[in-house]
Write a protein that binds this ligand. Structure first.
Ligand SMILES: [Zn+2]
Length: 420
């Protein structure tokens, strides 16, 4: 492990010197805490540098975070930001080749081989994932089918006719395919599919088992965050013990989002990433906003780097604080789904009554749990409320509603409506 530390130190020294020279944002940031990259000699010294946030990236729109002249940038991507400006990231030729290599390493560790037929389906906006995975799979020698349209029937037809063995998509899209399967009259046993790789969004273990049970395949997690790099930052191996990080290219910290201090193994915190090899768009101590449980242990698969985290539990910004207690909407999703055996549609509504915060859960009951009898419905509601209280320590009042009555924005269901 000493070798890894030395390698990280060497690459970090070079990165810090480069961003100090080339990126005014980092020059000001380092100067503000009297940090001189020339004196950097220990990985611990990194903690002297303040964090970089999404907001910093938005403020430096479009090219001010680039550490190379534009003529060396061969690809530019944008994603939505926090201040109205999109986040714009760039890749040099070398960055793209590292992206391909990392993506290929992740896929190999998921046991994707040259014999596989890989169908990649992504909504527009996840292009860094799409091209990274495509080039990674091609390096391995797999046959790649990029399919950019949304229609689940067409995707399923390709899945069947082209004998796809590996499907790459977002978790929500995979659920949509599961729901479409019966209408498309496709028997999952007749497919050649062996694994599904989920990328682009966090997902719960219940969602994973629904997808896995429906298609009768292994489901893997590939972590991708565009502003940091794309796919290949971290992945899940066949052991499924958590996310493996590519520590030869990224320095990983997990911090308490409030105290900003590192958390201990087994604790939940926010993922912070420093890039070690990126040329066009290096990031120093970037707060991803993604929450994970930190682990530090070797995996039986033999992958050489020991930082493992749980899958992404949710976003830091999604935290709901009620009477001083915290919870994440993903926890409610998990509790409901494990109770119902399938993900349920819901909306959390926060209200203030006589100075006290109250939590309402507007729940669309699935057919299976819908009862004509009022008494039966009340019984189900009570059971669920008790279960939620047991897990969250917060009283949650449930109201059964029809899907159409839930508040939407831009046609997307809002997870939380805060009326306090
Ligand atoms: Zn492993």
């Amino acid at each position: 492990m000493e070798n890894l530390k030395l390698l990280q130190l060497e690459k970090l020294q070079a990165t810090l010197n480069r961003v100090y020279k080339e990126v005014p944002f980092y020059r000001h940031l380092f100067d503000s805490v009297s940090f001189n990259p020339e004196d950097f000699s220990d990985l611990e010294d990194l903690k002297k540098i303040p964090f970089t946030t999404r907001e910093d990236l938005s403020k430096n729109y479009p090219y001010n975070m680039f550490a190379v002249p534009l003529r060396e940038v061969v690809r530019i991507l944008a994603t939505s930001g926090t201040t109205g400006n999109p986040l714009v990231v760039g890749y040099t030729r070398n960055d793209l080749s590292i992206l391909t290599d990392l993506s290929a390493t992740a896929l190999r560790n998921m046991e994707v081989t040259k014999d596989d037929v890989v169908q990649i389906t992504f909504h527009p906006g996840l292009f860094s994932s799409a091209f990274g995975i495509q080039s990674g799979a091609e390096i391995i020698g797999a046959s790649v089918i990029p399919v950019h349209f949304e229609d689940p029937y067409k995707q399923l037809k390709i899945l069947q006719d082209y004998r796809t063995t590996v499907l790459v998509c977002t978790p929500s899209y995979a659920i949509w395919l599961c729901e479409t399967l019966p209408q498309a009259k496709i028997n999952p046993n007749s497919l050649f599919l062996k694994k599904i790789i989920l990328c682009g969004e966090p997902f719960t273990e219940t969602q994973r088992s629904i997808i896995s049970d429906t298609f009768k395949v292994e489901v893997y997690n590939l972590y991708s965050i565009m502003e940091v790099f794309g796919p290949g930052i971290a992945f899940e191996c066949k052991e499924k013990k958590g996310l493996h990080f590519m520590e030869n290219h990224f320095l990983v910290e997990v911090i308490d989002p409030e105290s900003l201090l590192p958390v201990k193994p087994g604790e939940t915190g926010e993922l912070v990433i420093t890039t070690l090899t990126k040329e066009a768009f290096p990031l120093i101590r970037y707060r991803t906003g993604d929450l994970v449980i930190y682990k530090y242990e070797n995996c039986p698969c033999g992958f050489p780097y020991p930082i493992l985290t749980s899958s992404i539990l949710g976003r830091r910004d999604d935290v709901v604080i009620i009477r001083g207690l915290k919870f994440y909407p993903s926890q409610i999703d998990e509790i409901l789904a494990s109770w119902a055996g399938e993900p349920l549609k819901f909306q959390i509504v926060l209200e203030k009554k006589e100075g006290l915060d109250e939590v309402f859960l507007f729940l669309v009951p699935s057919e299976k749990f819908f009862s004509d009898s009022f008494i039966e419905q009340e019984k189900i509601k009570k059971q669920l409320e008790e279960r939620l209280y047991l897990h969250l320590n917060i009283p949650v009042k449930i109201k059964f509603v029809e899907e159409g009555s839930l508040e939407k924005r831009n046609n997307k269901l809002l997870q939380i409506v805060d009326k306090r």
